[in-house]
Design a protein around this ligand. Structure first.
Ligand code: AN7
Length: 410
């Protein structure tokens, strides 16, 4: 048991259950399984979420549930993102209520900031000097920013040619060493894991057990923003599959302390070209077969071998949820629909969650009365190339009122 001020926790293997004390590991030393932080929440039982009081919205509001001391947090004031009540979109889809949790409002424009504030705080606490990750883009942007804030060295490995422009710009801007790998995300993750094992860096991919701890706070916020009511369903895009696990873990903890009395069902949405979790779900399996050549316009979730895939499948089965997949066309259509009906701009991977709702509603797998929350994980401006490619024309005119009038009326 690690003691951290008021809170204590253990790190245990998700697969074999064995505890480990080495906080720098990203896999179980006995069986190689994923690691998991288990918080001792006995002191919080029964008191209710109201005890969080007036602490500001954001990740660190939930400090009693986090395995890092809040007073030493490396923070850019992440979390506290809007929950949009999307009435027009709901009407269009024949639903009573549909909400979008807009994670694009985080400091670096994606949900990854929630995990990085906790992960980088842990890196500092452990005395690490260099942090690193493989990334489809957003993880690298977030890590680069938090490493800068903490004064740590930072190395990010990106799949060559497949990272959206905004994310690449961010990683370069915050001063990380950016290395383009001739391979996909899964290849880059294998390389960086080996570098971590050899002691060259502290790994901050989401297999790091502290990352999901920060990410679980999105679920706490949703419940609080709904007036301490649990939605019926939460829909998330799935790439490396840690975020849906994080949401499951957070809500399970609030169940454990009695702050909520039921779980929502969790729905994971993948892109059709990289869909090992959706395929496993269709076959009723708790394990998955990696996709060798993942492809999708949603480059953030262009991942064939999701490192937390087994955790994600547990989250889905345990909540009576499901996994599905959507085509690139469905993703772009949903992205545009959300922008047009609600004024909310999200990147393609995030739009996958909305595309999933559109599809499942059509299939009758989401009902009219169901209160659904889509977690929209990243900002529109992350991937301006895709936006411009799929948008209408820019009209051209001379600096003349007549010419502009003609175009306006045309
Ligand atoms: C916008 O940045 O994996 O299922 O390296 O950027 O927890 O992996 C990003 C993933 C969804 C999928 N939406 O979340 C990376 C990376 C956006 C993302 C996901 C990602 P996970």
């Amino acid at each position: 048991m690690q003691e951290m001020g008021a809170m204590s926790y253990e790190i245990r293997c998700f697969e074999c259950g064995k505890p480990t004390k080495d906080e720098k590991l990203d896999a179980c030393p006995s069986c190689g399984g994923l690691l998991n932080v288990e918080m001792d929440l006995s002191g919080l039982k029964g008191k209710g979420a109201k005890q969080l009081g007036h602490a500001p919205m954001g990740v660190w509001r939930y400090a009693p549930f986090l395995p890092v001391e809040a007073s030493k947090a490396v923070s850019l004031l992440e979390g506290g993102t809007p929950l949009y009540d999307c009435r027009a979109l709901a009407r269009e889809l024949g639903m009573e209520r549909l909400f979008v949790k807009y994670e694009g409002a985080n400091p670096t424009g994606s949900f990854k900031d929630r995990g990085m504030t906790v992960g980088v705080s842990k890196a500092v606490e452990l005395g690490c000097k260099v942090v690193g990750c493989a990334s489809t883009g957003n993880t690298s942007a977030a890590l680069a920013a938090y490493a800068a804030k903490a004064g740590l060295g930072c190395v990010v490995l990106l799949p060559s040619g497949k990272v959206a422009l905004g994310k690449l710009a961010q990683a370069m801007f915050y001063g990380a060493k950016v290395i383009s790998i001739d391979g996909n995300f899964d290849d880059a993750l294998n390389v960086v894991r080996q570098l971590a094992r050899e002691g060259h860096l502290y790994l901050l991919n989401s297999i790091n057990p502290f990352r999901p701890e920060g990410q679980k706070t999105v679920a706490f916020e949703v419940v609080e923003q709904l007036g301490l009511k649990v939605p019926d369903t939460i829909v998330l895009p799935v790439g490396n599959a840690a975020n849906i696990w994080a949401v499951y873990k957070g809500l399970s903890e609030w169940m454990e302390v009695g702050w909520i009395d039921r779980m929502p069902r969790l729905i994971g949405v993948q892109a059709a070209g990289s869909n090992p979790i959706a395929t496993a779900f269709r076959q009723g399996k708790r394990d998955f077969v990696p996709e060798e050549h993942p492809e999708t316009v949603a480059t953030a979730i262009r991942i064939g071998n999701p490192a937390s895939g087994r955790k994600a499948l547990k989250a889905i089965y345990d909540t009576g949820g499901l996994a599905t997949d959507v085509t690139d066309e469905e993703i772009i259509a949903a992205q545009k629909l959300l922008g047009k009906r609600e004024g909310v701009g999200v990147e393609p991977a995030s739009a996958a969650s909305v595309a999933g709702v559109v599809k499942l509603r059509r299939q009758g797998l989401i009902s009219r009365e169901e209160r659904v929350v889509c977690v929209c994980t990243g900002n529109l401006l992350k991937d301006p190339d895709t936006v411009i490619k799929n948008a209408g024309q820019v009209l051209k005119a001379g600096a003349s009122v007549d010419e502009v009038k003609r175009l306006m009326l045309g």
